[in-house]
Design a protein around this ligand. Structure first.
Ligand code: NAP
Ligand code: GDD
Length: 332
C-alpha cells in the first residue's frame, strides 16, 4: 500500500487528490492546521473519505507550514513515499494585504517541507503546486516551461521561490522533486472568493431571487481555466513519471471573466449585463491580462490531456450552486 502525505488536503485540489488516491487503495495522511472552527467541509462531505477514516486509511495530523518542528515531526512519523505539497496562502489579491504571511507559508513553508523530506525520507517523491502566476504579464503566448518568469504580485514571487527550491533540491541533493506549473483550475469546491465560484454562486442566487447584483473587479482579464479533477490527474502523472521534472498543466484555451459571466448567467436564463456591477473594491493594484498554457510537454511525456471543455466546466459549477441552494431551501 502506498503511503502519501498531502499538505492542503482540506483545499479544493487536496480533496480531489485524496479521493483519487483513496479510490486506488493508498494510505493517505493529510496535514491540517488548527482553527477555531474545523474547516473540513470539503472532506467531511465525501463518503469515500469518511469510510477511509473509519478504516484508518485516511489520517489527519495537526501541523503548520510556519512551524518547521511540526513538519519535521510529521514527516518522521508518517514516512511517506510521496508528498504532494498543495498548502499555502493562494489568493493573489490577499497576497497584497498579507505579503509577509504569503512568503512565510507559500515560500518558506516549501523550504521547511523539503528539508523535512531531505532529512527523513530522501527517497520519497515530492510534488509542488506551482503556478502560471510566475510568468506575470507573459512575454509570449502560449506559456510553456521555458517562458521567462516575471512575477507581479507577492503570491507569485513566493511561488517562484518555492519552484526554484524544488529545482535546487533536485539538482543539489538528487531528490525526486517535481513541480506542476498549474494554470487556473476550477470546480464547485473552489473557494468562494475566487472569481469563477463567485460568479457561479452569484448567478444561482440571483436566479433564485436571493440577491440582485454581483460585484466584480473587472471583466476583461483572460485565463486558461481548467477543471480541477483533470489537473489533479496531471499532478499524479507528474509524480509517477520515470524521472523528476517540471510540467505545465493547462488547457491551451483562454476565456475572459466576462465570457464566464455570460455562460453562467445564460445557464440560469439571465443576462449578466443586467446584474454584474463593477466595483473597485475587487480590483487589484496590478493584474495579468491573459494566460494561456502550452501543456505539450505533459502530453508528450506523460500522456496527460485535460478532458473537460470550458462551457461544461461553467455549467457544472452553476448546477452545483443551484443544487446546493435547493438542499438548503427549507432552512433558509
Ligand atoms: P485552496 O483551496 O486555497 O487550499 C489551500 C490549502 O492550503 C488549504 O487546505 C489550507 O488549509 C492550506 N493552508 C493554507 N495555509 C496553511 C498553513 N499555514 N499551514 C497548513 N496549511 C495551510 O487551494 P487550491 O485551489 O486547492 O490549490 C492548491 C495549490 O495549488 C495551492 O498551493 C495553490 O497555490 C496552487 N495553485 C492552484 C491553482 C488553482 O487554480 N486552483 C492554480 C495554480 C496553483 P485551510 O483549509 O485550513 O485553509
Ligand atoms: N477573486 C476575484 N474576485 N477575481 C476577480 C474579481 C472578483 O471579484 N473580479 C474580477 N476578477 C479577476 C481577477 O482580477 C483575475 O484577473 C481573474 O478574475 C481571476 O481571479 P481569481 O479567480 O482570484 O484567480 P487568479 O487568476 O488571480 O489566481 C488563481 O489562479 C492562479 C493560477 O493562475 C489562484 O488559484 C492562484 O492560487 C493560482 O496560482
Amino acid at each position: 500500500m502506498k503511503r502519501t502525505l498531502i499538505t492542503g488536503i482540506t483545499g479544493q485540489d487536496g480533496s480531489y487528490l485524496a479521493e483519487s488516491l483513496l479510490s486506488e487503495g493508498h494510505e493517505v495522511h493529510g496535514l491540517v492546521r488548527q482553527a477555531s472552527l474545523m474547516q473540513r467541509s470539503r472532506l467531511d462531505s465525501l463518503p469515500s473519505c469518511s469510510a477511509a477514516r473509519a478504516e484508518g486509511r485516511l489520517k489527519l495530523h495537526y501541523a503548520d507550514l510556519t512551524d518547521s518542528s511540526s513538519l519535521q515531526w510529521l514527516v518522521r512519523q508518517v514516512k511517506p513515499g510521496e508528498i504532494y505539497h498543495l498548502a499555502g496562502q493562494s489568493h493573489v489579491k490577499v497576497s497584497f494585504d498579507l505579503p509577509e504571511y504569503t512568503a512565510e507559508t507559500t515560500g518558506l513553508g516549501t523550504l521547511r517541507l523539503l528539508e523535512a523530506m531531505r532529512q527523513n525520507v530522501p527517497e520519497a517523491r515530492f510534488f509542488l503546486a506551482a503556478t502560471s502566476e510566475i510568468f506575470g504579464e507573459p512575454s509570449e503566448s502560449p506559456q510553456s516551461e521555458t517562458t521567462p518568469v516575471n512575477p507581479i504580485n507577492p503570491y507569485a514571487a513566493a511561488k517562484l521561490y518555492a519552484l526554484n527550491l524544488v529545482r535546487v533540491y533536485r539538482k543539489a541533493y538528487g531528490l525526486f522533486a517535481c513541480a506542476g506549473i498549474l494554470f487556473n483550475h476550477e470546480s464547485p469546491r473552489r473557494g468562494e472568493n475566487y472569481v469563477t465560484r463567485k460568479i457561479a454562486r452569484g448567478a444561482a442566487r440571483i436566479a433564485k431571487g436571493l440577491e440582485r447584483e454581483l460585484h466584480l473587479g473587472t471583466l476583461t482579464p483572460r485565463r486558461d481555466w481548467g477543471w480541477a479533477p483533470d489537473t489533479v490527474e496531471g499532478m499524479r502523472a507528474v509524480l509517477g513519471a520515470g524521472r523528476p521534472d517540471d510540467y505545465v498543466l493547462a488547457t491551451g484555451e483562454t476565456h475572459s471573466v466576462g465570457e464566464f459571466c455570460a455562460l453562467a448567467f445564460e445557464a440560469v436564463g439571465l443576462d449578466y449585463r443586467d446584474h454584474v456591477v463593477l466595483d473597485p473594491e475587487y480590483a487589484r493594484p496590478v493584474d495579468i491580462t491573459e494566460t494561456r498554457g502550452d501543456a505539450g510537454k505533459a502530453a508528450r511525456e506523460l500522456g496527460w490531456r485535460p478532458r473537460t471543455p470550458f462551457p461544461e466546466l461553467v455549467r457544472r459549477m452553476v448546477e452545483a450552486e443551484r443544487a446546493a441552494l435547493e438542499e438548503r431551501a427549507p432552512a433558509d
